[in-house]
Design a protein around this ligand. Structure first.
Ligand SMILES: [Zn+2]
Length: 464
């Protein structure tokens, strides 16, 4: 059994409070660049004719089918950036507009797009027939007949998310705004061969999906603790995941769900979620500090993936010529000094066996405190170089160790001690606000952005 333990939440109720819609835009605006995040071509998964739909009463379905009325609320709200209406000519662009302006009437759409009534209604009709929009509610006009409101039909459309770390992971079913509807957390060993581990994970996901028979998976997102080229989904070489390099994950997953699969490094997935929580603007450096150490850099909403798909792989920077032997075979890597697995080695004689033990003992066990401080110093000094390189406005620390106040304070102290002031005048160092949810949110937004891209919608509708 590859999955060695788990905690299911089969009840169907959201496992975490849904993030406010304005914090988790599925796609910030119609003018956002379309993603180039997968080799998957646009597919009919965005909703072929009749793929979803039903009237407003169709929502609800099984438990957890909807996060409640808020599920159809807009990303960004009224204050969101005005979409580029010039592109509203195609159904895909029109849908992008409707997604950012839910609760608009046909008349408002006419005014905003400048389209002729005939053209707009024709485009809308295509979207209605595909089950991508529906009408509900009304303007509540006191004079004349109230006008119906046109909304994006996100009901029952879900993303299936695998957020895999080295020793822990979660499988989640999320709505297209990134809100977790159901999830299972699990302990795993990512070093296992993929053909042993993946089938178990997919079976678990199947079980989670079956809770709601109305759920329609439109895409799968997967975070893995290794290098990956997001554009192609190709996994790079990694000591953490031996046997996964070039493994055809896509084929295996698509044999279960024939929808786009988007794969991202786990730390960068975390960074994506954190960036969306802060509105997607600015320069964000996010660090996942758990069994391993990884980072993600997001510049104005764009994640830096790197030429080798390895951007943010800071764990194997050598910080000393001598020192402990790393799992990569070299001496003196940051991970060999400071990673979660290194701390467990260092603290074995303290009765510390897991990172949960570290967390439990970090307030009172002097050896645990000392090891955490020393690890945070190593991490902070490496991050000082990163801060000087990218000059971020925000450094977010996450992961089971990174979120500890003791670690965050020590990391910040060393970043500020080592970097020069002019590279951090605007820098604020914070711990993750969403914790383990961030990567799930980040992966869901990748999926939503891909399958709801105007070009993907147009292709699914056979236009454009
Ligand atoms: Zn190493």
């Amino acid at each position: 059994m590859a999955v060695v333990g788990s905690t299911d939440d089969p009840t169907g109720s959201p496992s975490h409070p849904p993030a406010p819609p304005q914090d988790t835009p599925a796609e910030p605006a119609a003018s956002a660049p379309e993603p180039t995040t997968s080799a998957d071509g646009p597919t009919a998964s965005a909703g072929g004719p009749g793929a979803s739909g039903g009237g407003p009463g169709a929502s609800g379905g099984g438990p957890g089918a909807s996060a409640g009325g808020a599920a159809t609320r807009p990303p960004g709200g009224e204050g969101a950036t005005r979409p580029d209406l010039a592109g509203a000519a195609s159904p895909g662009h029109l849908l992008a507009l409707i997604r950012t302006r839910p609760g608009w009437t046909r008349q408002q759409l006419l005014t905003a797009t400048g389209m002729s009534r005939t053209t707009l209604f024709e485009r809308l009709d295509q979207l209605f027939r595909a089950g991508l929009v529906y009408e509900s509610g009304s303007t509540g006009a006191t004079v004349g007949r109230p006008a119906r409101l046109v909304r994006f039909d996100d009901r029952n459309r879900v993303a299936l998310i695998f957020d895999l770390g080295q020793t822990h992971g979660r499988i989640a079913v999320a709505d297209l705004f990134g809100r977790t509807l159901r999830m299972a957390t699990l302990r795993l060993n990512i070093a296992q061969p993929p053909d042993r581990l993946l089938p178990d994970l997919l079976d678990r996901a199947d079980k989670l999906l079956r809770v709601d028979e109305n759920a329609q998976v439109v895409g799968v997102g997967m975070g893995i603790p290794g290098p990956v080229d997001v554009a192609t989904g190709r996994l790079g070489a990694s000591t953490t995941m031996p046997g996964w390099e070039d493994y055809a994950i896509k084929d295996v997953v698509r044999s279960r769900w024939d929808v786009p699969l988007l794969i991202e490094n786990d730390a960068r997935a975390f960074a994506r979620g954190e960036a969306s929580a802060s509105g997607g603007r600015g320069i964000l450096l996010a660090v996942k500090y758990a069994s391993g150490i990884g980072a993600g850099i997001v510049v104005n909403g764009e994640v830096i993936g790197g030429a080798d798909g390895a951007a943010g792989d800071i764990g194997h920077i050598r910080v000393s010529d001598e020192g402990p032997v790393c799992r990569c075979g070299r001496q003196g890597c940051l991970a060999a000094w400071a990673s979660g697995w290194s701390l467990l080695d260092q603290l074995a004689d303290q009765g510390v066996h897991t990172l949960d033990d570290v967390v439990q003992m970090h307030t009172h066990n002097p050896a645990v405190i000392a090891a955490l401080r020393a690890g945070a110093e190593r991490l902070g000094r490496v991050l000082a170089a990163v801060v000087a390189t990218v000059n971020p406005d925000t450094l977010v620390l996450g992961g089971i160790l990174g979120q500890l106040p003791l670690v965050a304070e020590e990391v910040e102290r060393w970043v500020r001690a080592d970097a020069v002031e002019r590279t951090m005048q605007k820098l604020r160092v914070i711990t993750s606000r969403s914790g383990d949810d961030s990567a799930t949110v980040g992966l869901t937004l990748m999926v939503a952005q891909h399958v709801l891209a105007a070009s993907a919608i147009d292709a699914a509708l056979g236009v454009g």
